[in-house]
Design a protein around this ligand. Structure first.
Ligand code: PEP
Ligand code: MN
Length: 365
């Protein structure tokens, strides 16, 4: 995939790239007053505002529509911030481009729909506009990658992904569960693709935004999109998760930004030494697992001889309890050890079941 690095299209890029602004554009004055406050903070480079709002149920505020596009143009003229808005149809994209919106994003409900993404992609062919693609609301990495590929196939190279969490029917501390391994896997599947975290839609409430933003920096994301409003409690959408420009400044000031590499030689040497140790320990672990598997094999053979089932629930409970007690005594989190042993034990049972099936097939032959 042809991806233009972020620093080639964002002048004087500093990490993290910050996108801020209200969930929805409400009035011209609201957009301008927010933009004038956030631009005082030089970390903020892009203004966001939803013009068309995909609402879960009809009857709630569905965005000001086309009219709001000129407000974003005023924001750009008066503050110099780049502007961005969500597009959900080819028509939205056409209107946004006509009004000079700098960056488009595709929302979570739209990226879950390949027809809609393809229609937008077809319209964007021949343009060079940057496009950010939010993860689909459901935890489906392939669908997210598919949406990115559709936009990339239209010749768009200024691309980025936005991680906004995944919807769930369970009650959790988040509005949308972050499931970090999904965006992390995306980073490894599409190296070079900028990934931006949207802690506002993950958190759903303002208290959690700092923590989620820090986590995003810890896993080396490139940017943050944070919903910001001068009067969050009165916002026409997503009131609970929006922060004031002052708290945005506090949040950004409080997060430690880590980079993947350091130019400090001593640090590099120390890290190399520690990694050597980890490599040796992992080698030992793998050799032990190999050794363990051989024994599982011998037990399998013995069980076949005596016609005993592969899974013996008492033995499994006993094994798990013992391992967890040892883990606790060693200061390891028993839950962590339980998860590892669940996988190890599952594979042992699977191996023995396969052996038993083979014996049966051979007998039938
Ligand atoms: C938004 O950014 O305001 C929005 C609607 O987000 P999402 O598509 O992530 O729900
Ligand atoms: Mn929102």
């Amino acid at each position: 995939m042809d991806i233009t690095p972020l620093n080639k299209w964002i002048p004087n890029l500093k990490k993290p790239l910050v996108i801020a602004g209200p969930c929805s554009a409400e009035t011209r004055e609201q957009c301008l007053s927010i933009a004038k406050e956030i631009v005082k903070n030089e970390d903020v480079r892009i203004f966001r505002a939803g013009i068309w709002k995909p609402r879960t149920r009809p009857g709630s505020f569905e965005g000001v529509g086309e009219e709001g596009l000129s407000w974003l143009d005023d924001v750009k003229k008066e503050t110099g911030l780049l502007t961005s808005c969500e597009v959900a149809t080819a028509k939205h994209a056409e209107l946004a481009l006509k009004s000079g919106i700098d960056i488009l994003w595709i929302g979570a409900r739209t990226s879950a729909n390949p027809f809609a993404v393809q229609e937008i992609a077809d319209f964007l062919k021949g343009t060079k506009v940057p496009v950010l693609i939010k993860n689909p609301i459901n935890a489906d990495l392939a669908l997210w990658i598919g949406a990115i590929e559709r936009i990339a196939s239209a010749g768009i190279t200024k691309l980025g992904a936005i991680h906004r969490g995944f919807s769930t029917h369970e009650t959790t501390m988040y509005r949308n569960r972050p499931l970090w391994r999904i965006p992390i896997e995306l980073k490894s599947r599409l190296p070079g693709l900028p990934v931006i975290c949207d802690p506002s839609h993950i958190a759903g409430k303002r208290d959690l935004i700092q923590k989620v933003s820090q986590k995003a920096m810890d896993v080396d994301f490139d940017g943050l999109m944070i919903e910001t409003h001068c009067n969050p409690d009165e916002a026409w959408s997503d009131a609970k998760q929006q922060v004031t420009p002052e708290s945005l400044k506090e949040i950004l000031g409080s997060i430690s930004v880590r980079t993947e590499y350091s130019h400090d030689r001593n640090f590099g040497q120390e890290l190399d030494d520690l990694r050597d140790k980890i490599d040796r320990i992992d080698n030992d672990l793998l050799e032990s697992l190999q050794e363990r598997m051989k024994i599982v094999d011998s037990i399998g053979k013995a069980k076949i001889k005596s016609n005993i089932t592969a899974l013996q629930i008492h033995r499994m409970d006993e094994l798990m309890n013992k391992r967890m007690q040892i883990a606790e005594a060693l200061g390891l989190n028993p839950q962590y050890i339980k998860e590892i042993y669940d996988v190890i034990h599952d594979h042992s049972v699977k191996k023995q079941t396969e052996m038993m099936n083979e014996t049966k097939t051979n007998k039938e032959d």
